[in-house]
Ligand binder design. Sequence first.
Ligand code: NAD
Length: 257
Amino acid sequence: MAKKLFDLTNKIAIVTGARRGIGRGIALMLAQAGAKVVVSDLNLEECQKVVDEIKKIGSDGLAVKCDVTNQKEVNEMIRKTIEKFGRVDILVNNAGIAPFKPFLEITEDEWNKVLDVNLKGYYLCAQAAAKEMIKNGWGRIINIASIAMGQVGFGFPNLTHYCASKGGIVAFTEALALELAPKGINVNAISPGVIATEMAKPVLEDEKTFKTILARVPKGRVGQPEDIAAAVVFLASEEADYITGATLVVDGGWLAG
Ligand SMILES: NC(=O)c1ccc[n+]([C@@H]2O[C@H](COP(=O)([O-])OP(=O)(O)OC[C@H]3O[C@@H](n4cnc5c(N)ncnc54)[C@H](O)[C@@H]3O)[C@@H](O)[C@H]2O)c1
């Protein structure tokens, strides 16, 4: 029989920020591809609901409360994953925040909070997960960045802290890919365009901004969590073995315009 492509049967995946939005979409599609998925976020009950959906799909999951800025909680998430499933194969760093605010009004605490969640959190989770992946000589770390990563010919005002963090994620991804390639771990980033989630509500609910965005997107629609999830499944698969240090833009053609 022909080999099933992009098959993740029995792979163990962790998705941060997975109670809703893009993270939830990623968790569900990884499960559809056969992975067992640790659904982690700030709210345990909402993570459990996603795990219930995963079980309906026919896979297995585990809900874990984890604030990605807290090293103790991150280590505990990895410990619980090992306890239940024995391994970590795939980490999707997805948890993020994007509080719109003019640069001149951003306080030091607000700046630190965005960089802590969006950048330090990625480091803490990647380091803890990589230590486990190395034991098996195989792993995939997938970092959700954004087209707000800089150097793309398009800027995002009122999100300076967010943009700084997302640019950092791309540089982090490239450097980490170099260090982990010899250990069998691939590290890639995905940069979504505008995706219909709670985070994007401020831009999607403003009619003028919504129309301006749609006019920029050749595909003529905003993205859905599944658009990003499909890219994650691909990068997590055996078939993506030769891809590391890359940033895959999933934006309906926005940046090509
Ligand atoms: N929606 C978009 O248009 C868009 C575009 C580009 C990139 N992204 C990125 O995609 C990722 C997911 O965003 P989304 O659109 O699904 O937003 P969302 O707000 O729906 O989901 C983000 C999740 O992260 C969780 N989270 C926040 N702080 C956390 C912390 N300290 N520890 C653990 N979890 C935490 C939230 O509870 C939430 O469930 C983010 O990294 C975001 O920057 C989103």
